[in-house]
Design a binder for this molecule. Structure first.
Ligand code: B1M
Length: 218
């Protein structure tokens, strides 16, 4: 018989969310909610990405998988461990202009929020001006930009150049599947803060984003 974890992975791949709560509850018997997301559910999304990338899966089915992922995360979230305590800092978080992918961004939101940060989540396809306005309004410690398309990596670099041009030097954390550490540190950092270390940082995953916030806001 299949384990709940195996069933959950299949559900993500198949976009099958009807009754998924039962499998999630069963999986939580021996796994922490975050581990379910990071291993089981993200494994499923990886398969979806491969199938889609190789033309074996059509977009509407990818959307069903994404919706299943969101349903699962929403069910798990109230069960996650929350660090109570003082307000540790604020991040303005957004998926960049032209990009609709938001599962990773929303994971960053959950993980930061559960660790005592205030997150101003501006959503998807967010123009730079909106991020800068929100950062000013909320006196943010950092701006987090997410984007999964190769096109988005160019937008991020342009955003940083524009921030520099306007003399706006809030630290920036960049994340998303199309980025590489090298691109962020070599191409993006130079367009912001004169390549000053730490002003622009690459986050490989949501936990990396948290540890960067811990450094910035300490
Ligand atoms: Co799209 N898509 N998609 N898609 N999609 C990708 C990204 C793609 C790689 C698939 C592929 O071809 N294999 C490809 C991009 C190719 C490229 O640019 N080189 C692609 C494409 C082409 C497209 C469309 C253009 C397809 C079309 O219309 N023809 C279109 C784009 C629309 C647009 O944006 N304008 C499109 C649409 C969609 C859906 C709407 C169907 C859906 C998104 C639904 C949603 O998000 N609400 C979707 C999905 C689901 C994917 C894949 C399959 C999965 C993405 C995902 O959610 N992964 C994806 C394949 C892939 O990524 N390999 C793909 C799970 C998520 C948790 O990972 O967001 O990477 P990720 O987050 C990670 C880290 O990157 C990091 O932390 C997370 C892990 O902890 N992270 C951060 C992310 N942001 C961070 C920010 C931080 C810190 C860490 O601090 C600020």
């Amino acid at each position: 018989a299949e384990t709940p974890a195996e069933r959950l992975k299949d559900r993500i791949v198949d976009g099958d969310r009807k009754g998924i709560e039962d499998d999630l509850d069963a999986a939580m018997q021996d796994m922490a909610p975050l581990d379910i997301i990071n291993t089981v559910l993200l494994d499923g999304m990886k398969v979806v990405g491969e199938l889609f990338g190789s033309g074996k899966m059509q977009l509407p089915f990818v959307l069903q998988s994404a919706e299943t992922m969101k349903t699962a995360v929403a069910w798990l979230e109230p069960h996650m461990e929350r660090k109570e305590g003082q307000h540790r800092g604020t991040m303005v978080l957004a998926t960049v202009k032209g990009d609709v992918h938001d599962i990773g961004k929303n994971l960053v939101d959950i993980i930061l929020t559960n660790n005592g940060y205030q997150v101003i989540n501006l959503g998807i396809k967010v123009p730079l001006a909106d991020m800068m306005a929100a950062a000013k309004e909320h006196n943010a410690d950092a701006i987090g930009m997410s984007g999964l398309l190769v096109k988005s990596t160019v937008i991020m670099r342009e955003n940083l150049a524009e921030m520099k041009r306007q003399g706006f030097d809030v630290p920036v954390i960049l994340g998303g599947a199309a980025l590489t550490r090298n691109y962020v540190e070599e191409e993006c950092a130079l367009s912001y803060g004169d390549g000053e270390p730490g002003r622009v940082a690459y986050a490989r995953d949501a936990f990396d984003g948290l540890s960067l916030m811990d450094k910035i806001a300490q």
